[in-house]
Design a protein around this ligand. Structure first.
Ligand SMILES: [Zn+2]
Length: 296
C-alpha cells in the first residue's frame, strides 16, 4: 500500500466543513512488565495547535481487494486494547464513518517515519555509550525484522519527535520491578471527506537494574524493544524467551521471537488489507476523490 503525505494540518488542505467528532479513541498505557492503565482521549485542540507537526493524512491509493479479510481477527499475540481499537475501527466503517475507520487503522500501523528521540542527559556521561548501544540494538532488531515496514526512526535529540524516550531513576507509579513504560496517544480527526491522525508516545526506561547498578546494554535492548513491541501491537507474554516477556536483569533474552515478528507482520498485513478495502469503497462512492481547496 502506498501512503500519500499531503502535508500538515492547517496547511493547504483544510477540512472542507465543520469537523465532526466522535468519542475519542482509547489510547493506552502499558507498563513493564504488566500494568495496563487507560489514559487518554482525543483532543481537537491538540490537533489544531500550531505546535503539533507531522500530522499526516492517508491518501486513497490501492484498489486491491482482499476477500475474507473483513472477518479475520487480529493475531492472538496482539494486545487486547489494540485488538479492541481495531474492532472499533471496523465498527466505525459499518456505522457509515469510513474516514474515521481509516484514521484509526492508520494509527494502528504507526505513521511512516515516526521519529523517536532519545534523551541521554539524565545518565552519567560514562554510562551513555552503553545505553546508546542498547537502544540502537533494539531499533536494529525490529528494523531487521520488519524491513521497510518498520515505522520508527531513531533520531538525535529532537523536541518535535513524535516519540520521546528518556531514562529515569524509577518509573513513576510503577513497582520497583517496573523497568520501562510506554504511554501512547492516538488522536484522530475526520469528516466525510478527509481524515487526519497523529501518534505520539513517551517511553520511560529505568536507569537501574538491581541494587542501584546501572542497567546493562542487553537489559536496555530488551526493555526498549519490548516497549516498541507494545507500540507495534504486541501484548505482554509470560514466557521468558520472548521480547514481550519480563526482562531478567543481567541475563536478558533481548531477542525477537519468531512468533512475535510473525504476529506483528500479520497484524500489519491485516490492517493494510482493511485500509485498501475501505479506501476502494470510498473511491467507488466518490469517483472524484479530490479534496476541495477552500484555503484563502
Ligand atoms: Zn509490557
Amino acid at each position: 500500500m502506498q501512503i500519500i503525505r499531503v502535508g500538515h494540518v492547517g496547511g493547504r488542505i483544510p477540512l472542507p466543513g465543520p469537523p465532526e467528532f466522535g468519542a475519542g479513541p482509547p489510547a493506552y498505557l502499558r507498563t513493564f512488565p504488566v500494568r495496563p492503565l487507560p489514559v487518554y482521549g482525543m483532543s481537537l485542540a491538540a490537533l489544531s495547535a500550531p505546535g503539533v507537526r507531522r500530522v499526516v493524512a492517508v491518501g486513497v491509493a490501492s484498489v486491491i481487494l482482499f476477500a475474507g479479510v473483513w472477518s479475520e481477527p487480529p493475531p492472538r499475540l496482539v494486545d487486547r486494547p489494540l485488538a479492541d481499537y481495531y474492532a472499533r475501527a471496523l465498527a466505525a466503517e459499518s456505522e457509515g464513518e469510513p474516514h474515521k475507520a481509516l484514521a484509526m487503522l492508520n494509527l494502528l500501523l504507526i505513521p511512516e517515519e515516526t521519529y523517536v528521540a532519545v534523551d541521554y542527559s539524565a545518565l552519567p556521561e560514562n554510562e551513555r555509550a552503553r545505553f546508546r548501544r542498547g537502544v540502537a540494538l533494539a531499533f536494529e532488531m525490529w528494523g531487521e525484522a520488519l524491513g521497510d515496514d518498520f515505522p520508527f526512526r531513531l533520531v538525535a535529540e529532537d523536541p518535535d519527535a513524535q516519540v520521546q524516550l528518556r531514562f529515569l531513576d524509577d518509573i513513576k507509579n510503577g513497582s520497583a520491578d517496573c523497568k520501562g513504560e510506554i504511554r501512547s496517544k492516538r488522536r484522530i480527526q475526520w469528516n466525510h471527506e478527509v481524515h487526519y491522525s497523529e501518534f505520539t508516545a513517551e517511553i520511560d526506561v529505568s536507569k537501574f537494574g538491581r541494587g542501584g547498578k546501572f542497567l546493562g546494554e542487553g537489559d536496555v535492548t530488551h526493555i526498549v524493544a519490548h516497549e516498541l513491541g507494545h507500540a507495534l501491537g504486541l501484548g505482554d507474554a509470560s514466557a521468558r524467551d520472548r521480547i514481550m516477556g519480563a526482562v531478567a536483569i543481567g541475563n536478558p533474552y533481548g531477542k525477537l521471537h519468531a512468533s512475535e515478528v510473525e504476529a506483528v507482520k500479520a497484524f500489519r498485513q491485516l490492517i493494510r488489507a482493511q485500509i485498501n478495502r475501505i479506501s476502494s469503497d470510498i473511491r467507488l462512492a466518490e469517483p472524484s476523490g479530490l479534496v476541495p481547496d477552500t484555503a484563502g
